[in-house]
Design a protein around this ligand. Structure first.
Ligand code: FAD
Length: 365
């Protein structure tokens, strides 16, 4: 690839917490957005995946949402945000102000469908509206999150189910499920939130999960040992190129007062996972049948990496090998918000590390 075809030093794919954090630190190290670094995002608006989350979700219900680096200078903070507003609205607005303040010049909607290796450079192919475009960069930062890759586990009979199936990514409001028999699958905060908001609305709500929920009684627990252990498990998997373990199964769920009250009144009773799905419901190991018009799969997400397939980074073990947020197979490719950095605080940490690594990589040319 001739040097005059290089459009940017870095292409950042995704403008959620991870992409914006990288962009912020790159900018501090002298890479100007829109010139040296070009940020592409598929979403129609600011806010990363938060712009698509359901209406009733509020900030800080169970987990803290960390501010983006340099957010103080913008004059906003998630810690003092209005909790009566939908999280998606707050995040959309704060990210918008952030992007404007730091002149991030995010190209959107720009959906990357392929990244190709062309000698010294990487060619990022994307669609914007009806047309296809390409961007040639020396390095790429993949910050595409997981929202676009919902995960639904397979159970016998799943293909015969005649009702509706929804994943967390498609859930909009409890009201849409008024008067229906609903089965909620999952052991994390999202599943628990759905069960609680469906209590008054649905005809019946049955909550199942593969493992019992580990309730954390003090916020402190999540912030220290358990969180460290969960992140370490993610880090190890990424280092070894394995598929990433679920964060929830590693951290447990902080027990809020609302959850405790729901447990006390018998509205939050977890059942072991069903063993098969039938046309109109689910069947448990003991033979019991539960009718279901709707099954909600709050069963997590996988990293969204399809567009990187031409780079052949995926290992036989199912993941990509990533150390210090850098691909082992191709050191021009960086992963932000991946594995151990898939939280708002982790994304911030990745931003700082990746920006330095990108500069080091560029100076090797
Ligand atoms: P995202 O916010 O998903 O951003 C990725 C961006 O990449 C999106 O804007 C997307 O449009 C874009 N993109 C994806 N693919 C492409 C493509 N091919 N081409 C172009 N653009 C693309 N974390 C916390 O720390 N605290 C919480 O309270 C919390 N609550 C959560 C609640 C839910 C329901 C879920 C699912 C997750 C939650 N998380 C929380 C995790 C949270 O999502 C992350 O912490 C963080 O917001 C993820 O940021 P990200 O930038 O990695 O991903």
């Amino acid at each position: 690839m001739p040097a005059d075809r290089i459009d940017a030093q870095v292409a950042v794919i995704g403008a959620g917490q991870a992409g914006l954090s990288v962009a912020y630190y790159l900018r501090r190290l002298g890479l100007e957005p829109g010139v040296d670094q070009i940020i592409l995002d598929r979403g129609p608006s600011t806010g990363g995946a938060w712009q698509f989350r359901w209406e009733s979700l509020r900030l800080g219900v169970a987990h803290r949402v960390a501010d983006l680096p340099g957010m103080q200078e913008v004059g906003v903070s998630f810690d003092t945000a209005d909790r009566s507003l939908p999280a998606r609205q707050v995040v959309e607005e704060y990210y918008r102000r952030y992007e404007e303040h730091y002149d991030m010049r995010v190209v959107r909607p720009a959906s990357v469908f392929r990244v190709e290796n062309e000698g010294e450079a990487l060619v990022v192919r994307y669609t914007a509206g009806e047309s296809e475009h390409s961007l040639v960069a020396r390095t790429i930062v993949n910050a595409t999150g997981t929202w676009g890759s919902p995960f639904v586990p397979w159970y016998p009979g799943l293909d015969r189910f005649k009702g509706r199936m929804l994943h967390t990514a498609q859930y909009r409001s409890a009201d849409a499920l008024r008067g229906l028999d609903v089965v909620v699958v999952g052991g994390g905060t999202s599943a628990i939130g759905f069960v609680m908001e469906l209590e008054e609305v649905a005809a019946s709500v049955t909550w199942v999960s593969r493992r019992p929920v580990e309730w954390l009684h003090e916020q402190e627990n999540l912030d220290t040992e358990t969180a460290i252990a969960a992140v370490a498990a993610q880090e190890e998997a990424a280092r070894e190129g394995r598929a990433l373990p679920s964060i929830v199964s590693g951290t447990g769920v902080p027990l809020t007062r609302r959850m405790q009250a729901a447990i006390d009144r018998g509205a939050l009773i977890r059942h072991p996972m069903f063993t098969s799905v039938e046309e109109h419901g689910v069947r448990f190991a003991d033979g019991r049948f539960q009718r279901a018009d709707v099954i909600i799969w709050a069963t997590g997400f996988r990293p969204e990496l399809r567009h990187l397939a031409p780079l052949r980074l995926r290992e036989k073990a199912g993941g990509v090998t990533v150390t210090r947020s850098t691909s082992l197979k191709d050191p021009r490719v960086f992963f932000a918000g991946y594995g151990p950095t898939a939280s708002t605080i982790g994304a911030n940490r990745a931003g700082r590390t990746i920006a330095r690594e990108v500069i080091a990589q560029l100076s090797r040319k």
